[in-house]
Design a binder for this molecule. Structure first.
Ligand SMILES: *Cc1c(COP(=O)(O)O)cnc(C)c1O
Length: 395
């Protein structure tokens, strides 16, 4: 490798591929083995023991069994860790499996009971925390109340920024300072490692629903957490025990997705900024939510290098308008999820945030928009025709 710090665009293309030339291949190999031949009982057993405790396979003992370790998954993890400036990363079968492992490894696995969670959060995360399923007690609070809610048995602080669905920004370094010794997990799904690196701001874990921007093509469900090697061991232990490993075909697609992540983000963000400016002029739109709007603390650029490509709007005519808009778009797909090459619209209160307690649920007048790679004039044209139907529908 070059003896100079590499730009993230370069890291995104090359990370996790250093050994390919020596293997005599250009594309990363996909290892689909569910089990692996054992050299002998002793070495196989020692390697098993290492991995069951969250460690790596031992070189003379092999990978043993794919729930414990998969080389294709490990390659993707190496690439993601490098982009997040982290020692390690651990990939899971979904973003929610990653969140589950983070909570378990920081609470029950350590004899701790309590989590502090800053709202708003993705509906699934809110639901998981609120359900009590994992045996942890959860206090939901606002960003400036974290310190006040810490207890001696608090094992983790959870926050999301920009937060789903209204793109609220949370001051990561500020929450880290309030949390003191307690590790802080940042859900970095909306920003991606290209726009924000929570570990550089003192967070202990940076979590992604890799289903979204990292995969980027709407064909993989996955999660990944960047963190220290010590934390990675605790996460891999939970992953091995609970069976939440990412499938190697998914890992291959995610690793391939990393290479185009910088250029996708750059272009999608550029289009989103244009769409935001246009939406702000539309009479049907009461309010536009986009990172940076109303950001009086300068969190862009202090913690985030741009606003990203997610937008939310509040419609002047409420639910009826949301129904007309989501039912009238033609280029945009009316679907949950986000961060892919194609643009999506969805209604958070009815769908992604449906399980959130009523008091914390987004309004029925809010629609969330994910901007993809289509030509921005075509996207604005589609929104214009859909908004004209909103006017017709509510008149
Ligand atoms: C989608 C999403 C998740 C959950 O990820 P899955 O891959 O769907 O399990 C978590 N956090 C955020 C911000 C998300 O958008």
């Amino acid at each position: 490798m070059l003896d100079q710090p590499l730009h993230p665009d370069t890291v995104a293309v090359h990370a996790g591929r250093a050994d390919l030339a020596a293997l005599g291949v250009h594309a990363a190999p996909i290892d689909l083995s569910s089990t692996n031949p054992l050299p002998d009982i002793q070495h196989g057993g020692d390697s098993y023991e290492s991995m069951a405790n969250g460690g790596h396979p031992l070189p003379d003992g092999g990978n043993v069994y794919a729930r414990l370790w998969n080389p294709t998954v490990a390659r993707f993890e190496e690439g993601l860790a490098e982009l997040e400036h982290a020692e390690a990363a651990v990939a899971f079968s979904s973003g929610m499996a990653a969140m589950t492992a983070a909570i378990l490894s920081h609470t029950t696995a350590k004899g701790l009971k309590h989590v502090v969670a800053v709202r708003p959060l993705y509906g699934g995360t809110d639901h998981l925390l609120d359900s009590g399923l994992l045996g942890a007690e959860v206090t939901f609070c606002a960003e400036d109340e974290v310190h006040a809610h810490l207890r001696p048995d608090t094992g983790l602080v959870v926050l999301e920024t920009p937060a789903n669905p209204t793109l609220d920004l949370v001051d990561i370094a500020g929450v880290v300072a309030q949390a003191g010794e307690v590790p802080v997990l940042v859900d970095n799904t909306f920003a991606t490692p290209l726009l924000q690196n929570p570990l550089d701001l003192g967070a202990a874990l940076s979590l992604h629903s890799a289903t979204k921007y990292i995969g980027g093509h709407g064909d993989v469900i996955a999660g990944v957490i960047a963190c220290s090697e010590e934390t990675a061991q605790a996460l891999r232990r939970v992953r091995a025990i609970t069976g939440a490993l990412l499938h190697p075909l998914g890992a291959y697609l995610l690793h391939r997705g990393l290479a185009t992540l910088p250029i996708r983000i750059e272009r999608q963000q550029q289009s989103a900024e244009r769409v935001v400016a246009w939406l702000a002029q539309q009479p049907e739109v009461a309010e536009v939510f986009y990172p940076g709007i109303g950001d009086h603390r300068g969190l862009i650029p202090r913690q985030m290098r741009g606003g990203g490509a997610m937008i939310a709007i509040r419609l002047r005519d409420g639910y009826a308008a949301a129904e007309a808009l989501t039912g009238s778009v033609q280029l945009f797909t009316h679907a949950v999820s986000l961060g892919g090459v194609d643009s999506l619209v969805q209604h958070p209160a009815a769908l992604t945030h449906r399980p959130v307690a009523a008091a914390a649920r987004p309004g029925a007048d809010i629609v969330r928009i994910s901007i993809g790679l289509e030509d921005v004039e075509d996207l604005i044209g589609d929104l214009a025709q859909a908004l004209s139907r909103v006017t017709a529908a509510v008149r």
